[in-house]
Unconditional design. Structure first.
Length: 56
């Protein structure tokens, strides 16, 4: 597996409280999250995400 692929597959512990807050905030603003359920993730997500995650 290429290094770039390994980085994309790395698991994160996550933050359940933050996830709930984001979801509740989006729903309060009438944002339809179900619209994106069948969308594929692309570099538009992973490029900024890689800048936020610690390297290693």
């Amino acid at each position: 597996m290429r290094e770039a692929d390994r980085a994309a597959c790395r698991r994160s512990e996550g933050n359940a409280a933050l996830s709930r807050h984001i979801g509740a905030s989006l729903m309060a603003d009438e944002f339809d999250m179900s619209f994106f359920m069948d969308k594929k993730l692309d570099h538009g997500l992973f490029s900024p995400l890689s800048a936020l995650l610690p390297s290693g």
